[in-house]
Write a new protein. Structure first.
Length: 99
């Protein structure tokens, strides 16, 4: 099983709109690509971050889904419009193999 995590730092004054955006993206990806994304915010550390997490059966499934999502014009348009909610350069992705 592969676990994918993405997080980004929220711009000043944008927590509410960043949370709304995160939920919108998660709904779109589920409806269009069948991928369940969970959304989370940290309890400790830098609290002005938000993240998405997904699970895949394999690296091949991850690659197939990510290629489809990243080629989706609707998704790309949403990401461009939602970028104002985040501090540029703070997105961070991790891919973990579950044991």
């Amino acid at each position: 099983m592969i676990a994918f995590y993405r997080n980004a730092s929220i711009a000043a004054g944008k927590v509410g709109s960043a949370v709304a955006f995160a939920k919108q993206i998660a709904k779109y990806v589920k409806d269009k690509h069948g991928l369940e994304l969970s959304i989370a915010m940290p309890v400790a550390g830098n609290p002005n971050r938000i993240g998405w997490a997904a699970r895949y059966e394999s690296l091949a499934a991850f690659e197939t889904t990510m290629n489809a999502v990243n080629a989706d014009p609707g998704y790309l348009e949403m990401v461009a419009k939602g970028s104002e909610n985040f501090i540029p350069g703070t997105a961070h992705d991790e891919i973990w193999r579950t044991l």
